[in-house]
Design a protein around this ligand. Structure first.
Ligand code: FE
Ligand code: CA
Length: 532
């Protein structure tokens, strides 16, 4: 389907909150059509997106392939309620929404007219089936300076690599928000040679390529009880990385012929929209299909009053090819051997998004936002793998796009926001850094703080010794630990930012305990993480 048709459908489905009775579909009774749970996201000061997706029969990937699912009708009507109380006595908003086959029977409700800075309960209903009651909240008013925001950020949750015990522990963190930074699904079939990695869970899905494949993959992941509980606890902000399509794809370049890849990318993007609490407006841009250069615009800003603003970036969709990938497709790259690495025209964000970030940061500087957060997928700070003056860098992180990184650093330096903090994922390691104004000059000033978080489950092949060696070679790196899975909690007040790195005892166990690996603070007006 073309994007404009999808956009029209999605917008109509998300905003027509009250259908005439004659428009309601037939009701399927005595069936639980909500095995994938519910979610909410993208809170504003007066609204939030509510999400669910209907499915009948067994969750794909968990049963033999000869046990087929029941096909649902083209359209099914669900009812939804948002209430001030858990007993749904004081209803704030309610309505009906359509779950359409064309959108994978997902439901997105863009609720507005809510009061700022307060918690709500919500649920969906169809026939005699009712979802579990979930919590969400609105953001504080634009002009207010709230005393506190407490959020977690997470990334990389390969299903077969572990249990989602991390999400069970998030329930105890009293969070306003969860920020998910990419690799929500992994597209792989089960590895045939499990010797290289520990496989904790097994599924029967083939490698995801078609829209149906991606839909099935999200259904498998979303069937997890711990993940569902984390979505029920608070609203999420989401962005993607590579595995929502396939490993290491770059912009419009991926596996197969250009046409086949474009189709696959479009399928991955549509399934991402269908399965995330996103506004239909992310589909609004450009004339072509979802796989074409205009793609789906998921980069966006989210304010928490004057306290904080998230600039949620997309470092995957618009990036240029990796430097010198034609000559040597794998491994690190050195600037002596690869002139292309420093080509100023290369970008990780694309020109339009680079300008958009710079504008946003100067708005923050002018408007007095306390904390500007660059929420993106991967490691931002430089990591030289060799002893200086020798140099060797990863290609797939910001290290592979140094000119693009320097433009962003220059923008922060030119019109400094009050405080700039980078959060990221992708590398399956906890990595905490001082962000330097110019990483090629170790004496240059610290202008920000970076917290790159470890994975929820996805394994790392890097040893502790290797990670420590990198930290020793790059003195701006203050912590580097690849061996533990978990998430980070950020407690933000006008005076202080505190990041707590939470790590599981054992990712192979659903009942794993959790401990604090390290804690850092950033004081207002003093860039750089300090260990506490
Ligand atoms: Fe990952
Ligand atoms: Ca990744």
């Amino acid at each position: 389907m073309q994007r404009r048709d999808l956009f029209r459908l999605a917008t109509a489905a998300a905003t027509a909150t009250s259908l005439p009775r004659w428009g309601w579909s037939a009701t399927l009774r005595q069936r639980d059509l909500f095995p994938l749970g519910v979610a909410s996201g993208a809170p504003t000061e007066d609204g939030v997106v509510l999400w669910t997706r209907l499915l009948d029969g067994p969750v794909p990937g968990t049963v033999p392939a000869d046990n087929p699912r029941t096909a649902l009708p083209e359209a099914l009507t669900v009812r939804w309620e948002v209430a001030e109380d858990e007993g749904f006595q004081r209803i704030a908003r309610s309505g009906q929404a359509q779950a359409l086959a064309a959108l994978g029977h997902s439901v997105h409700v863009e609720v507005n007219g809510l009061r700022p800075d307060r918690g709500y309960f919500y649920r969906f209903m169809h026939g005699d089936a009712v979802t579990a009651t979930a919590r969400t909240r609105t953001a504080p008013p634009a002009q207010a300076l709230p005393g506190r925001l407490r959020f977690a950020f997470a990334s990389c949750q390969r299903w077969e690599h572990g249990h989602y015990a991390a999400y069970r522990h998030m329930l105890d963190e009293d969070l306003d928000l969860v920020l998910f930074l990419g690799d929500y699904i992994y597209e792989y079939a089960m590895p045939k040679t499990p010797a290289r990695e520990t496989l904790v869970r097994t599924h029967t899905l083939r490698v995801a390529q078609t829209l149906e494949d991606y839909r099935d993959r999200y259904a498998l992941y979303r069937s997890d009880a711990h993940l569902q509980a984390a979505h029920r606890a608070c609203p999420w902000l989401v962005t993607w990385d590579d595995h929502e399509v396939h490993n290491d794809y770059v912009g419009l370049q991926g596996q197969g012929s250009p046409a086949a890849f474009q189709q696959r990318r479009g399928a991955g993007y549509q399934a991402f929209f269908e399965n995330m609490p996103l506004r239909a407006s992310v589909l609004a841009h450009g004339p072509g299909g979802l796989g074409t250069p205009d793609g789906v615009r998921i980069y966006d800003r989210h304010a928490w009053g004057q306290l904080l603003r998230f600039h949620v970036l997309d470092t995957r969709q618009y990036r240029d090819h990796e430097a010198c990938s034609a000559q040597a497709p794998r491994g690190g790259v050195s600037p002596q051997e690869c002139a292309e690495l420093h080509d100023a025209a290369r970008s990780l964000l694309g020109q339009a998004q680079e300008r958009w970030v710079e504008q946003g940061l100067s708005q923050d500087a002018a408007g007095g936002t306390r904390w500007s957060v660059l929420a993106q997928q991967t490691l931002f700070s430089q990591r030289n793998h060799r002893r200086a003056p020798e140099q060797r860098y990863s290609r797939g992180t910001w290290d592979g796009y140094p000119a693009s990184r320097q433009r962003l650093l220059d923008a922060v330096r030119r019109t400094p926001p009050r405080n700039t903090v980078w959060v990221g994922g992708d590398i399956h390691q906890n990595c905490v850094s001082r962000v330097l104004a110019d990483f090629s000059d170790p004496q240059s000033p610290v202008i920000g703080s970076e917290f790159c978080g470890t994975s929820i489950t996805s394994s790392s092949s890097v040893t502790r010794e290797q990670a420590q060696r990198l930290a020793d070679l790059n003195p701006h790196i203050v912590l580097s630990r690849p061996d533990q899975r978990g998430y980070a909690v950020c407690d933000v007040t006008p005076q202080r930012w505190t990041t707590t790195l939470r790590v599981l005892d054992d990712v192979t166990r659903a009942d794993s305990g959790i401990t604090t690996q390290a804690r850092f603070v950033v004081q207002d007006g003093t860039p750089g993480p300090q260990s506490v």
